[in-house]
Design a protein around this ligand. Structure first.
Ligand SMILES: Nc1ncnc2c1ncn2[C@@H]1O[C@H](COP(=O)(O)OP(=O)(O)OP(=O)(O)O)[C@@H](O)[C@H]1O
Ligand SMILES: [Mg+2]
Length: 743
């Protein structure tokens, strides 16, 4: 990667140069000052020493001149001057007598007269050269001052020595400071500048790849400025990156918050690092409270089969190596939303070197989907059962008509002497046939396949009828009460089917109250147009698990052979066919209430059907392909006073009717026969005789066929199996319907 900040060329002084100068300036200036001070001192010392030596020579000359002056011997004085010249190189020296006249001298012409009472030493500044002038009196012990010695010395040699000393000191200073500066510069370069430049290189390399560098600007900077620039740029970049990161985090946060699934992220130890609001709702723990808590503490997980508690294999998933597969297998989670069914999926969070750094767990809630699927499966099951039921119902009811009819005929025809022996068996046959008929009716009811006769029904009357029947048949320890509070209780429906539903609920309640209890039927208006019938017991109650299944066909908790499990399925089927609904409320050990809700009707009630046998007369044509049913119908009608012609199919019926049409008061027409269909047969009969009276017979039929034939003029439908009383009343009613059938 190339550096975005080239280190060369740089116009400003670099850190090393500046350090070099700084060291020289700061560290060596005192050295220079001290050196100069010492040089000055050295110069003064030199001068002092020179003066002392000169004075000594002058003193010696003064002492040596005593004799020569006393005896006035010039030669002796010259010798003294020579000796003095050898000791010191004076510029000028002279010996003066007591009058001050020069007696002997050296260096230049004779000096002017001079006397000196006191010794003196003084510096005479000469524009050309500095001169040290020393005067010493020549003292004779007997005569006192007899003359004067005067010497002049040039200070030039002393000055020369001082200059040399200064030069040496300067050279030394230069050497020392140069070395120190160089060492300092090297140190700074090595310890400071290089790392700074390396840092600059690295800093610029960090963002050079993202942004073109401004070479012209950077090329003029020294290390520190470069570093500052780099850090500014880096800070800008970091700020930009931070705001980009914040934005991206916010985007991620919003996305995760918007996801409909629960999302939970953990750390390497399985503690919650983060979760979204859906997960918070699922676990019942607030997002901020969840942080750091172990995930298995927040999630109560169960196996979907058997609902056994399960532990999530978090540590296996988080440890290195392949963990167990968690994704895709449904789990149950218990929480504030109840028991939810979720499909988990997970992904590992990896750090920059690919090591496991945590786990993201996504829980997709499929509870509603699963329930819908279960409902669809249930509906499919019900449809299949309904199909099966309707498949057998027709034949079964035809046969039951034969059995029931045969038993009733037997009952009607036996002699009084035979009655005692035969009657119990006849009852047995009738009961078994009736129970079988009820079973078939229930099968058809739960699959909503049974025909419901729609007429205004007084529910209060039905409840009273059911209570009367139950009082007769239930354990006497069961107290049955009614509280019929609804002001209005007329619904449109099938009286028989509604009665059957109430009896079913009553029987179930009595079964739940083993040693007795209270069974209450009450009614109330739930809404102005809705009637509620409550059937409450003080029985064992229903467990939560069973409560979800009681309406399933064939679900029973009774011993084998004791219950079919069709009762409640049929009740629900009947009530729903009436446009209503069933609800249940139960508490274990306290009791159960079933609520039947039905739409109210304002239609007038039809007069109550009685239950007495109605005898009649006239010629009846019975058309039924099923021999047992045909024979039973014929036999029963004949015992009721009718004349009967029975045929086995539609074509035969038309032929017989064509021959003696006017003779027949009524045609009993079975709805399902091979050959000519019921519609064709009915149309043929209407063609032969537009006023023909037709009462339909059916063991099982499609609702819309009945409606179509009723619209076409059929007088009613008598469902098989029927009793003799039922047949007698239906036939009498059909014969009494106006003088002519409705068209
Ligand atoms: N009132 C009630 N109290 C307690 N449990 C009830 C009550 N009603 C129904 N159940 C439960 O619901 C189950 C199903 O009832 P359902 O009437 O459909 O069938 P069954 O009564 O078992 O059989 P069958 O109705 O053919 O006699 C019963 O086995 C029973 O466990
Ligand atoms: Mg039951």
């Amino acid at each position: 990667m190339s550096s975005a900040l080239p280190r060369e060329p740089r116009r400003r002084l670099g850190l090393r140069t500046r350090t070099f100068l700084l060291v020289i300036t700061c560290a060596t200036l005192p050295v220079l000052l001290v050196t100069l001070r010492n040089v000055v001192r050295f110069q003064a010392a030199l001068e002092l020493e020179f003066t002392a030596r000169a004075e000594l020579v002058a003193q010696q000359l003064a002492r040596g001149s005593v004799e020569g002056l006393v005896i006035e011997d010039e030669r002796l004085l010259d010798e003294q001057l020579d000796a003095a010249s050898e000791s010191a190189s004076a510029e000028h020296m002279a010996i003066h007598d007591a009058d001050g006249l020069p007696v002997a001298w050296r260096g230049g012409p004779a000096p002017p007269a001079r006397s000196c009472a006191e010794p003196s030493t003084q510096l005479r500044p000469d524009p050309a050269e500095e001169l040290l002038e020393i005067e010493r009196p020549v003292l004779d012990p007997k005569h006192g001052a007899i003359g004067c010695v005067r010497m002049q010395f040039s200070l030039a040699p002393v000055r020369e020595d001082s200059r040399e000393a200064l030069l040496d000191a300067l050279l030394l200073w230069l050497g020392v400071t140069g070395t120190l500066g160089a060492l300092g510069a090297y140190y700074v370069g090595y310890r400071v500048s290089e790392p700074i430049l390396a840092l600059v290189d690295r800093a610029s390399a960090f963002w050079a790849s993202r942004e073109a560098a401004d070479e012209s600007q950077r090329s003029s900077k020294d290390e520190v400025e470069l570093l500052a620039r780099s850090f500014d740029a880096l800070a800008d970049r970091v700020n930009t990156s931070l705001s980009e990161l914040t934005e991206s985090e916010q985007r991620l946060q919003s996305t995760l918050n918007a996801i409909g699934d629960a999302v939970i992220a953990t750390d390497t130890l399985g503690g919650v690092a983060w979760m979204n609001p859906v997960a918070s709702r699922l676990t019942g723990v607030r997002v901020e409270d969840a942080r750091g808590r172990p995930l298995d503490e927040l999630l109560t997980v169960r196996d979907p089969i058997g609902a056994e508690p399960l532990a999530l294999p978090l540590s296996e998933l988080l440890s290195e190596g392949a963990g167990p597969e968690l994704s895709g297998r449904p789990l149950l989670i218990d929480g504030p939303l109840g028991r939810r069914r979720v499909v988990p999926s997970h992904a590992l969070i990896l750090d920059s070197v690919g090591a496991r750094d945590g786990l993201v767990l996504v829980l997709h809630d499929v509870t509603e989907q699963h329930e819908l699927q279960a409902q669809l499966a249930q509906r499919d099951k019900m449809d299949a059962l309904g199909l099966l039921a309707s498949g057998v119902a027709h034949d079964f009811n035809n046969m039951l008509t034969g059995i029931l009819g045969g038993a009733e005929l037997l009952r009607a025809t036996i002699s009084p002497e035979e009655e005692e022996d035969a009657l119990p068996f006849i009852e047995l046959i009738s009961d078994a046939a009736e129970r079988s008929a009820e079973l078939t009716a229930q099968l058809l009811s739960f699959s909503r396949k049974s025909h419901v006769e729609l007429s205004p029904v007084d529910v209060h009357a039905s409840v009273r009828e059911a209570v009367a029947l139950l009082r007769r048949s239930l354990d006497k320890r069961v107290q049955i009460q009614t509280r019929l509070d609804a002001a209005h209780a007329t619904v449109i429906g099938d009286r028989g089917r509604l009665l059957s539903a109430l009896i079913n609920l009553g029987v179930n309640a009595s079964h739940a109250m083993h040693g007795g209890g209270k069974l209450t039927f009450s009614t109330r208006l739930r809404e102005p147009t809705q009637l509620e019938i409550e059937v409450r017991d003080t029985g064992s109650g229903i467990s939560e698990d069973n409560l979800a299944r009681i309406f399933e066909p064939f679900f029973t908790t009774k011993k084998e052979g004791k219950g079919t499990g069709l009762g409640l399925a049929a009740v629900q089927g009947i009530i729903e066919q009436h446009g209503g609904s069933v609800a249940v409320d139960s508490e274990l050990g306290v009791g159960t209430s079933f609520y039947l809700r039905l739409p109210l009707s304002t239609r007038e009630l039809a007069p109550e059907d009685g239950d007495e046998l109605v005898l009649g007369h006239g010629h009846v044509l019975v058309v039924d392909d099923e021999r047992a049913a045909r024979v039973a119908a014929q036999g029963m009608l004949e015992t009721l006073g009718y004349r009967v012609t029975a045929v086995a199919d539609g074509r035969e019926a038309l032929r017989v009717y064509a021959e003696r049409g006017d003779a027949f008061a009524l045609v009993l027409l079975d709805m399902i026969m091979p050959g000519l269909s019921v519609h064709e047969c009915f149309a043929g009969l209407r063609e032969l005789d537009p006023e023909v009276r037709v009462l339909l017979l059916s063991g099982f039929t499609r609702e819309r066929d009945v409606r179509a034939l009723r619209r076409a003029g059929a007088l009613g439908l008598l469902t098989k199996p029927y009793t003799r009383v039922g047949l007698s009343r239906a036939v009498a009613k059909a014969l009494a319907t106006g003088d002519a059938p409705p068209s």
